[in-house]
Design a protein around this ligand. Structure first.
Ligand SMILES: [Zn+2]
Length: 509
């Protein structure tokens, strides 16, 4: 029964189609002609410094408006709207309109009557009603958004231990920073009459030469070049290479495997010392039955440490062996910096790569101490930074000093004094960061907080008979209204690292 109905329906549907076709042919349309009009619409990618790279295709043409210029009518899409969909990384940007043999650059802020049109004759075409005619480029192949870079803002940055050497961006590299290379994917063959027909397949790769990132003279001479990713990846640059994705710079190993999907920047002449060493150094000492105080200072760049000593703000530090310069992790913010110190792992492995994560995906220093049969305490302020395996002991401003830092140090000193100090004490001292944000990295008011931290460390060292490891989650750089951190600049990425011996020598053995 149902079979009969279906056949019936199919039969009548076929007749309806034939009838419609007849009407269309009568009116001057035919299915063949319609296919010609739509045909193959070449894709038009929007790439570069955007959060959401796009590809315009036939589907995009459903939203066109009619635009007339010099007696020609176009089916066009407003360019400013298209770019907003792609989400430019910065509001200050230019757009490169690129055809095979011609390109023009226009300002992103001046696109009030600018359109992208499509016609069979000219393909994708830029139609600007206000710009000079030279901006109206036919047969477009790509639109590249190029944002303004800034050493303390948007961009892919190259730094050394003491300088910010330069910035570029995916957009700038898409403009003129790559060479097209073909990667062999494989070959296939077919035999016909004892003759072999071979076809080899390649995929194009936009390879970014190292010179585009490191500056021409520097790339060959630089040693210990590290590539850092936005998810906290760290790779040695030696042996690998850079390729360009639609909206990111990638780093690949020698076999072509993507190691870093979004490069944040490059560190040349990177020091051996890392903040993650604190985890390993502390556990190493605990294993040898040496008690440890691990102090995490918040927001103290190596340059601030040096400046403070040179200007008399840190007499205790000046009296000690010089701190090593350690590389912290990207993103240089408190969550990621503290998580790296507490786990000994970079954000790629511990899961905390920005201010948004707080759960540790690997064991932390407290798990490690516990396994060695050691007791630990975690003394910190009134807010949880990361969810450590040991509940932090919260501290509030009970002394009325305007900060909980002195309260934390008091607790530690009391524990030491009462002979009840655990084997591992982790302290998180916050005020240098707070002052750095408010006043700037080298401001006298920030230096006053550095002087307080210097004094806290002196008091702890004077009272302690074990070891002290002191390091920092991230640095601080100057901004127009104080200071900030979170960028791949040398001020944020390099911090001091000390291993000090306590001053008290008890001759127990
Ligand atoms: Zn901060």
């Amino acid at each position: 029964m149902s079979h009969y109905l279906t056949t019936q329906f199919k039969g009548s549907a076929r007749w309806i189609c034939v009838l419609l076709l007849g009407i269309l042919v009568f009116c001057g349309f035919s299915p063949a002609l319609r296919a010609e009009i739509i045909g193959y619409v070449p894709p038009l990618p929007i790439v570069g410094d955007v959060a959401q790279p796009l590809v315009l295709d036939a589907e995009a043409l459903t939203g066109t408006v009619e635009v007339t210029r010099r007696n020609r009518t176009y089916q066009a899409l407003p360019l400013a709207e298209l770019l907003q969909q792609a989400q430019p990384a910065d509001e200050r940007f230019t757009v490169l309109l690129e055809a095979a043999d011609l390109a023009s650059l226009v300002e992103g802020q001046r696109l009030e009557e600018s359109y992208i049109a499509y016609s069979e004759e000219y393909g994708w075409e830029a139609v600007h009603l206000r710009h000079p005619a030279s901006a109206n480029i036919k047969r477009l192949q790509r639109l590249v958004v190029i944002a303004e870079t800034d050493p303390y803002g948007f961009g892919i940055h190259t730094i050394s231990q003491t300088a910010n050497l330069g910035s570029t961006s995916p957009g700038a590299l898409h403009k003129d920073g790559f060479v097209l290379q073909y990667q062999r994917e494989g070959a296939a063959s077919l035999r016909h009459d004892d003759v072999e027909y071979v076809s080899t397949v390649f995929t194009p790769q936009k390879v970014v030469p190292r010179g585009a990132l490191l500056g021409d003279g520097q790339c060959s001479e630089s040693e210990n070049v590290l590539v850092m990713g936005t998810r906290g990846e760290v790779r040695e640059a030696a042996g690998g290479y850079f390729t360009l994705a639609p909206a990111a710079l990638e780093f690949r190993d020698e076999r072509g495997q993507v190691q870093i999907q979004e490069v944040a920047g490059v560190v040349i002449e990177a020091p051996e010392r890392r903040t993650t060493d604190a985890f390993h150094d502390a556990l190493h000492l605990l294993k040898a039955d040496q008690p440890v105080i691990l102090v995490i200072l918040d927001g103290l760049g190596y340059h601030q440490y040096v400046y403070a000593m040179e200007h008399g703000h840190a007499p205790f530090w000046a009296s000690q062996a010089r701190a090593e310069r350690a590389l912290t992790v990207y993103q240089p913010v408190t969550n990621a910096g503290v998580a790296a110190i507490l786990t000994g792992k970079t954000p790629e492995y511990n899961g905390v790569y920005s201010r948004r994560q707080r759960l540790l995906e690997v064991p932390d220093i407290f798990n490690g101490a516990d396994q060695l049969g050691k007791r630990s305490v975690y003394l910190a302020g009134d807010r949880q930074i990361v969810a450590a395996s040991l509940e932090q002991r919260f501290h509030f401003d009970n002394t009325g000093s305007g900060s909980s830092d002195d309260d934390i140090v008091l607790t530690a000193l009391e524990m030491i004094g009462d002979q009840e100090a655990p084997d591992l004490m982790v302290l998180h001292i916050k005020d240098i960061d707070r002052a750095g944000h408010n006043y700037g990295d080298l401001d006298p008011r920030t230096m006053a907080k550095i002087a307080e931290a210097d004094e806290y460390l002196r008091q702890l060292q004077q009272a302690w008979s074990g070891w002290m490891i002191v390091t920092v989650d991230h640095g601080m750089h100057t901004t127009t209204d104080g200071g900030d951190h979170g960028i791949l600049c040398f001020e944020d990425m390099f911090v001091p690292y000390w291993v000090m011996e306590g001053a008290v020598h008890n001759d127990v053995e």
